[in-house]
Design a protein around this ligand. Structure first.
Ligand code: NAP
Length: 208
């Protein structure tokens, strides 16, 4: 992956991922509906990253990200469809028409774009706190083996995060629901970063 454009990169999760990948010296485009807001976030990112080679730019979503989106590109969907989207509870999921946000996205992207879902269980708070060691597996769902390999390479840039192949894109439905469970655990235990680890895996087979 040569360049990572993040739609909603000004938000908590997008900024957290941008921070981790900028730290690993990837080129980052922070996307926003508002170019000035994107540029402000890009400036904040440059200051936060401990690298003189930070390669970060703020862009308007349409011009900088969506217009240049083409076959061969990879879309990583991190969306968890929570009830909060329409005034409900954070610890409850709802089901989009196609089953999950990632499956919905797969219907909307241009031909040849691969959709993979990931990063649902690794929260923004942990991503943005560079001094805290991450302790979470990332369950990656999608129908392209190559796409999952690319996401695995991005996960490996985040110390403490582990790749787990979660099977086809439709399993994003299960992964999303687990996030709501983690949110309810966070509330009960008064923590911000509960995560998950999958045990008993064989490194050699890589799940594929
Ligand atoms: N926060 C977490 O810990 C976490 C963990 C796992 C997954 N996620 C998922 O990550 C996504 C973002 O969560 P977040 O916590 O980062 O939310 P957030 O802080 O509210 O940020 C969301 C960003 O999306 C953009 N946005 C909002 N409404 C939009 C719209 N109608 N069209 C286009 N862009 C829009 C906004 O950017 P502009 O105003 O700059 O356009 C905003 O900065 C959610 O789907 C969430 O389920 C979050």
């Amino acid at each position: 992956v040569r360049e990572i454009a993040i739609i909603g990169g000004t938000g908590e999760q997008g900024f957290g991922l941008a921070l981790r990948w900028a730290q690993a010296e990837k080129r980052i485009l922070i996307g926003s509906r508002d170019k000035d807001k994107a540029e402000r976030a890009a400036q904040k990112l440059r200051q936060a990253v401990d690298s003189e080679r930070a390669n970060v730019e703020g862009v308007e979503n349409g011009e900088g990200v969506q217009k240049n989106f083409k076959g061969g590109d990879l879309l990583i969907d991190v969306t968890v469809p929570l009830e909060t989207a329409f005034g409900g509870q954070a610890a409850r999921v709802f089901t989009p028409w196609r089953g999950s946000a990632a499956e919905q996205a797969a219907e909307l992207v241009p031909p040849g774009v691969t959709v993979i879902s990931a990063f649902h269980h690794l929260g923004a708070n942990a991503l943005q706190n560079l001094s805290q060691k991450i302790d979470c597996d990332i369950i990656v769902c999608g129908n392209s083996r190559e796409g999952k390999e690319s996401v695995k390479a991005l996960i490996e840039l985040i110390p403490g995060a582990g790749f787990v192949d979660g099977g086809p894109l439709e399993n994003s439905r299960i992964v999303g629901a687990l996030t709501a469970l983690l949110i309810s655990i966070n509330i009960r235990y008064k923590v911000k970063n509960s995560g998950i680890r999958i045990t008993g895996l064989n490194e050699q087979t890589n799940g594929q």
